[in-house]
Design a protein around this ligand. Structure first.
Ligand SMILES: NC(=O)c1ccc[n+]([C@@H]2O[C@H](COP(=O)([O-])OP(=O)(O)OC[C@H]3O[C@@H](n4cnc5c(N)ncnc54)[C@H](O)[C@@H]3O)[C@@H](O)[C@H]2O)c1
Length: 394
C-alpha cells in the first residue's frame, strides 16, 4: 500500500478506523483474522455489480485466507432497488448460509450497497458486525462513515405514480472498520466521480464551523488536480473529507435534533436535493434529457445552490457565498441548473415528506458565512421557492 492514512472515529467502544490508500483492501486481513479468533466462521459479502471482478476476487480470497467461509450476493444499484424487497431478499440470503451473530457482513460497493448491507447487518439477529469497503468517491467520503444505514420507501398516491422517499427506513449501525482503497476508483465513470465531489464541496461549505477550516481553501488550491482525478490528490481529498466527517460523527453520533449543529449540518443541500433526486425525468444537462435521472451528488449540488439562494432571500446571506459555490460546481462539471422542475408548491410538498422536515415546518440547512452553515427550523416557503427558481432553467 502507498503511504495512506488512518482516521479514527472516536466513539468509545463503537469507535473504528477508516483506512485510506492505494491497496488498503489488504488491511482487512488483520480485522478478519481477529474476528475468526473470536469465533467468526463465515463472511457474507454484498457486492456491487459495478465493482471490477478483480477486487471481488481479492476480497473473497482475503476472507477465505483468514479462515472464513465466504458467501456473496450481488446488487446492481439504483434508488428503486434500494427497497424493502431487496433488503428482505438480502436477509433471506444471509440467513440461508447459517450466518451467526459474530459473523461479519462486508459491503463492497457504492452508497446504495453500503446502506442496504449496513441495514441488513444492523437488523439480522438484532445486529451483526459490518465492514464497509466503499468503492465510489461518494461512498468513501460520506456514506460509509457514520453508521447511517437503510433504504427508500415507495408511498402510493391516489392520483399518480408512487412517491419514492429517500432513506425513510433505517438505523444507525456503526461499522467495525471502513476501508477506502483508492485503486478501486480507477474504473469509476466520470459522472460518478463528479457526483462524489459534490459531497466534498458540501464538507467545504460547513468546514469552518466544524473545526476543519482549511478544507475549502485546500480544495480550491487543488481543484484542477481534483477535477482531473489525479490519484495522490484524490487520496488526500478522501483523507481530509473522512477526517471532517469522523469528527462531526464523534460529537453527534445519532444526529441529535436538539443540537444546533453537529450531524444535521451534513444535510446541507439534502432537503432541497432529496426533493428533486427521485423525479425520474430530471437530467443534469438541461440540453440532454437522456442523462436523466439525476445522480445523488448532482441533486445535492443543485440542492446546495438552491439553499444558498434561498438563504439570500431569507436572511440576507451575502451572494458571494452562492457565487463561489456556483463557480466551484461549474469547474468540476456539476450541474447548477435543471430543466423540467415541477412547481414550487409540489417541490415544497416533496420536501415536507423528507425525513429532515419537522412537524409542519420544513427544516433546512442554510449557509450563514463562508464555510459555515446553520439549521433553520421553520424556513419560509417563499424563500424555498426563490431557491428552486434559481436552479430552474426553464
Ligand atoms: N449512509 C450515509 O450516510 C449516506 C451518505 C451519502 C449518501 N448516501 C446514499 O448513497 C447513495 C449514493 O451512493 P453512490 O453515489 O456511491 O451511488 P451508487 O451506490 O448508486 O453507485 C453509483 C454507481 O457506481 C457503480 N460503481 C460502484 N463502484 C464502482 C467502481 N469501483 N467502478 C465502477 N463503477 C462502480 C455502481 O454500480 C453504480 O452504478 C444514495 O442512495 C444516498 O442516499 C448515504
Amino acid at each position: 500500500m502507498s503511504a495512506g492514512g488512518r482516521v479514527h472515529v472516536e466513539l468509545g467502544d463503537r469507535g473504528y478506523d477508516i483506512l485510506v490508500g492505494a491497496g488498503a483492501i489488504n488491511q482487512i486481513d488483520s480485522q478478519l483474522r481477529s474476528m475468526h479468533e473470536s469465533g467468526a466462521r463465515r463472511a457474507f459479502i454484498v457486492i456491487d455489480t459495478g465493482v471490477p471482478t478483480r477486487f471481488v476476487v481479492q476480497l473473497s480470497k482475503l476472507a477465505t485466507d483468514a479462515g472464513l467461509q465466504v458467501a456473496t450476493a450481488s446488487i446492481t444499484p439504483t434508488e428503486q432497488i434500494k427497497s424493502i424487497e431487496t433488503y428482505q431478499k438480502l436477509l433471506v440470503q444471509i440467513a440461508a448460509t447459517g450466518h451467526s451473530r459474530v459473523d461479519p457482513v462486508i459491503a463492497l460497493g457504492g452508497g446504495i450497497v453500503g446502506d442496504l448491507a449496513g441495514f441488513a447487518a444492523a437488523s439480522y439477529r438484532r445486529g451483526v458486525p459490518v465492514i464497509q469497503c466503499p468503492t465510489t468517491l461518494l461512498s468513501m467520503v460520506d456514506a460509509s462513515v457514520g453508521g447511517k444505514t437503510g433504504f427508500n420507501l415507495q408511498i402510493p398516491n391516489d392520483d399518480g405514480p408512487a412517491t419514492l422517499l429517500k432513506n425513510l427506513v433505517g438505523a444507525f449501525w456503526q461499522p467495525k472498520l471502513v476501508i477506502a482503497d483508492i485503486d478501486v476508483l480507477e474504473s469509476l465513470e466520470d459522472r460518478q466521480r463528479r457526483s462524489g465531489l459534490a459531497e466534498c464541496i458540501k464538507h467545504g461549505f460547513i468546514s469552518v464551523g466544524v473545526g476543519h477550516g482549511e478544507l475549502l481553501d485546500w480544495m480550491i488550491q487543488h481543484l484542477d488536480a481534483i477535477a482531473a482525478f489525479d490519484p495522490p490528490t484524490i487520496q488526500e481529498l478522501v483523507q481530509r473529507n473522512v477526517a471532517l466527517k469522523a469528527s462531526v460523527v464523534a460529537l453527534d453520533e445519532r444526529e441529535d435534533t436538539s443540537k444546533a449543529g453537529g450531524r444535521m449540518l451534513l444535510n446541507f443541500g439534502h432537503t432541497f436535493g432529496h426533493a428533486i433526486e427521485t423525479i425520474a425525468h430530471l437530467s443534469p444537462d438541461p440540453s440532454d434529457p437522456s442523462k436523466a435521472p439525476l445522480h445523488h451528488g448532482e441533486a445535492i449540488a443543485l440542492g446546495m445552490l438552491a439553499a444558498c439562494r434561498a438563504a439570500e432571500n431569507e436572511s440576507g446571506l451575502d451572494s458571494s457565498i452562492g457565487d463561489e459555490l456556483c463557480s466551484l460546481l461549474n469547474r468540476v462539471g456539476l450541474p447548477t441548473q435543471v430543466a423540467g422542475l415541477p412547481s414550487n408548491e409540489e417541490l415544497i410538498q416533496r420536501m415536507s415528506h423528507d425525513k429532515k422536515a419537522t412537524g409542519d415546518s420544513i427544516r433546512v440547512i442554510y449557509p450563514i458565512a463562508r464555510g459555515r452553515c446553520a439549521v433553520v427550523n421553520d424556513a419560509s416557503a417563499e424563500s424555498i421557492g426563490v431557491g428552486f427558481d434559481a436552479i430552474r432553467s426553464d
